[in-house]
Design a binder for this molecule. Structure first.
Ligand SMILES: *Cc1c(COP(=O)(O)O)cnc(C)c1O
Length: 429
């Protein structure tokens, strides 16, 4: 199959998959096996030397996971991809070949809460530093970059505020500084936005969200565009110089545009072990088969509901880039013209107490710490994920006391509107 010539709807079903060579099974089988038999000693040696591509042990590679890797790489327009155990694992896997102790990454200050903690606290244990910037300000990004900056990181559509990043501008700064741009495309998915087309080098996803789309899997992926010249930049020795963790192999020289992908498997998965399991990969493949259909409905529902909420007496503000009133609306037309996703926040009259009463009175919406499910989800961040912060810190983090985060599902929009309406009334009872 010459995949480049097919449209998105075709590729989301077929890319990477072929009938099982052993049985003819049409759906991709779950290869629930830890190890794979070598044909003979010579075959084993070739595999371990990376002279032949094949399966050794499922911590590194597995046929079910490989299909998913090829599918996501194709949908994102990348050269290769490495799946891993979660979205957060994908972020570490993306930085791991680039960073060493004393190095830093310049990151947007509009990020998923868990990513803020990972970058501001946990990566310090590796001797890495994150420098937070306003990703809209070209000068601020530029100024934050030092000799030890190894990457720039942002979200295409930021979770939960819906801010859309000016990817071409950020990519230009990254290029001038000789560093890759890493884009977290979780909230957008490749159906709404393909960051590589806007200049991104690497794309990471939490497959947990829209890609699987039904709240059954925890998974992640790193996609490499294959376009970054690691040698010219001379800043990423793990990819250009003899890699001591793989008996002196030079990844860029040996694998060209697949250097990052091979390093991710041969060193990253081998030594960090953040592997995706074949069962999870299978469920994600099933989810991706309907990605465009689901995203189209997610966006249509979110637009209708956000517009209705914006007019509601008991709601003071709705931050959704798909609304004409949003400051991100014009940028949406450039970066993700099919829509701004289905994630937004709203401020409710009556503050903290009205929000918790609202949440408790919803019937259809589930109160959970997740997003991107076929089901509509909601969370009051101030009383849950951002509980330990002060009022001022909550406000800055986009988790103010009067703010509720909505992840709009693919149910009937009118049923969701009726549910929100009755819960708002009950909250003000
Ligand atoms: C959920 C999420 C993550 C983390 O993904 P996990 O699969 O939960 O580890 C990272 N970035 C964004 C934007 C997310 O929504």
């Amino acid at each position: 199959m010459t995949e480049k010539t097919y449209g998105f709807d075709t590729l989301q079903i077929h890319a990477g998959a072929r009938p099982d060579p052993a049985t003819g099974a049409r759906q991709t089988p779950i290869y629930q096996t830890t190890a794979f038999c070598f044909r003979d000693a010579e075959h084993a040696a070739a595999l371990f030397n990376l002279q032949e591509v094949g399966y050794i042990y499922s911590r590194l590679t597995n046929p079910t996971v490989s299909v998913l890797q090829e599918r996501v790489a194709t949908l994102e327009g990348g050269a290769g991809a490495v799946c891993c155990s979660s979205g957060h694992a994908a972020q570490i896997m993306a930085l791991f070949p680039l960073m060493g102790p004393g190095d830093n990454v310049v990151v947007s200050n509009r990020l998923y809460g868990g990513s803020v903690t990972q970058f501001s606290q946990t990566i310090k244990r590796f001797g890495w530093e994150a420098k937070f910037v306003d990703i809209d300000k070209k000068g601020e990004i530029s100024k934050a970059c030092t000799k030890r900056t190894k990457a720039i990181f942002c979200e295409s559509i930021a979770n939960p505020g819906g801010h859309i990043a000016d990817l071409p501008m950020i990519a230009k700064v990254a290029e001038a500084k000789g560093v890759p741009l890493i884009v977290d495309n979780t909230s957008a998915t490749p159906w709404l936005c393909r960051p590589i087309e806007h200049g991104a080098t690497l794309v990471v996803h939490s497959l947990t969200k829209y890609m699987t789309g039904n709240g059954t899997v925890t998974g992640g992926v790193v996609v490499d565009s294959g376009k970054f010249d690691w040698t010219a930049a001379g800043k990423h020795p793990s990819l250009t110089d003899p890699e001591p963790a793989y008996h002196g192999l030079k990844f860029h020289e040996t694998f060209g545009p697949l250097a990052f992908t091979f390093h991710g498997i041969a060193v990253g998965l081998r030594d960090l072990g953040m592997t995706m399991n074949p069962q999870g990969a299978f469920l994600t493949l099933l989810g991706i088969e309907t990605l465009s259909l689901r995203m189209e409905r997610h966006v249509a529902n979110a637009k209708k509901i956000a517009a209705w909420m914006e007019e509601h007496d008991l709601i003071t503000e709705v931050t959704y880039a798909g609304l004409k009133s949003s400051p991100s609306f014009r940028r949406m037309k450039m970066i993700c013209p099919k829509g701004a996703g289905a994630l937004f926040t709203a401020r409710l009259k009556g503050g903290y107490d009205a929000c918790t009463r609202f949440i408790d009175n919803l019937d259809l919406f589930s109160h959970v710490a997740n997003l991107g499910d076929a089901r509509s989800l909601v969370i009051h961040s101030a009383s849950t994920t951002h509980r330990q912060l002060s009022d001022e810190q909550r406000e800055r983090a986009g988790a103010a006391n009067d703010m509720v985060r909505f992840s709009i599902g693919i149910e009937d929009a009118d049923d969701l509107i009726a549910d929100i309406d009755q819960a708002l009334k009950a909250a003000h009872g």
